[in-house]
Design a binder for this molecule. Structure first.
Ligand code: NCN
Ligand code: DMD
Length: 341
């Protein structure tokens, strides 16, 4: 399926009923977890994560055999404003690095037993500078959303989305400012490590973008097109595809979270299949996760992008499943269960 208009996309996001998760599978997961040799719920978020996987995989015994990491790359016209510590050319150079296996995400994906596919979205064609015009026109936005939507294969146990795009913490900050309001400074961080002067320029750039596109402020998809970028639009499309197919999705950092935020504003339950892998060190990510009602599995001070925080969190999900599948029950181990009071 692809979307031929913003209206068709909007309807796919807001139309109910959405396909449901399986409450019975989740109940079976909790019944098993409560029978295992530990005080009830003592594995905390590990147990919550197994229940989440059971609900969305619709399996009483969830698995992580097939994990797909999709990494989307795009280029940003707004980099001309001096908003990144690195030149725009690094985006294409890093795509080559991903393809040769030399990036952090390659190592983490291999360790996690996940497949990694790289999706370059017109990286030789930067988006428009959003302080002057829309980053993407409607057709360009829909093309990128459709590329993300069709990249999702429905037979994986878990989907992870990552991104690469020099400058893209600026559109991410602009989208958050437009959708959630508050001080622009609170959404705008140092990205790849910009200095104080650069940060001031970045804040001014976000402000100028908001002023330019004020007329679209009540339309989350128009905001995503005007202030976003191709990799962010593809992530929105992929997150929607995962929801329609009931595939659980693990979020990476600030940029990925900002990319899917328009879905939340349009229809909050549309992100019920989403788990936050980590909270990035990028200013604004913690606040954004609160807006999305997500608690991160990890907080490691990471701020790389590429899907690296989410890929690291896969190890936590695997730890959770190892306990779930491997532990003995009180009855099997001959251990006395909790007193009834
Ligand atoms: O997602 C995050 O939390 C995140 C935080 C800081 C930097 N990044 C990555 O760094 C790049 C964007 O940073 P910048 O400074 O160029 O806007 C882009 O390639 C992202 O993958 C990503
Ligand atoms: C080297 C480098 C690697 C990255 N990976 C994701 N964003 C990045 C930005 C830079 C600059």
């Amino acid at each position: 399926m692809t979307f031929s208009s913003l209206q068709a996309l909007r309807e796919a996001i807001t139309s109910l009923p959405l396909p449901l998760s399986d409450a019975d599978a989740e109940k079976a997961v909790w019944a098993r977890q409560d029978s295992l040799t530990k005080p009830p719920r003592s594995l905390g978020m590990l147990e919550d994560s197994v229940a989440f996987l059971g609900r969305w995989q619709r399996k009483a015994k969830p698995t992580l055999e097939r994990i797909d990491i999709l990494l989307f790359a795009g280029s940003h016209g707004v980099t001309a404003r001096g908003v990144s510590a690195f030149p725009s050319s690094v985006t294409g150079q890093m795509v080559a690095n991903f393809e040769h296996g030399g990036a952090a995400i390659n190592q983490l994906a291999a360790l996690a037993g996940a497949s990694l596919s790289i999706h370059s979205l017109d990286i030789d064609k930067p988006t428009g500078d959003f302080t002057e015009h829309a980053a993407l026109d409607d057709d360009e936005f829909l093309d990128a959303v459709n590329a993300g939507y069709t990249a999702v294969k429905d037979d994986c146990d878990l989907l992870v989305l990552g991104e690469m795009g020099i400058g893209n913490t600026t559109p991410a900050a602009a989208i958050c400012s437009a959708l959630f309001g508050g001080a622009v400074e609170d959404w705008t961080g140092r990205g790849t490590g910009i200095d104080d002067q650069g940060l001031r320029r970045k804040i001014e750039t976000v402000r100028a973008g908001l002023t330019r596109h004020l007329d679209k402020i009540s339309d989350p998809l128009a905001i995503a097109a005007a202030l976003g970028g191709r990799e962010l639009a593809a992530i929105l499309g992929a997150a929607l595809a995962a929801r329609h197919r009931r595939v659980p999705l693990l979020l990476d950092g600030f940029v990925v979270s900002a990319a899917i935020a328009p879905l939340h504003v349009l229809n909050p339950p549309i992100l019920d299949h989403v788990l936050a892998g980590h909270v990035s060190a990028e200013a604004g990510h913690g606040r954004l996760l609160e807006k999305l009602n997500k608690s991160p599995l990890l907080s490691l001070g990471m701020r790389l992008g590429e899907g690296s925080g989410a890929a690291t969190a896969i190890m936590i999900l695997k730890a959770a499943l190892a306990c779930f599948h491997g532990m003995a029950s009180f009855a099997e181990a001959g251990i006395q269960d909790k007193h009834d009071t």
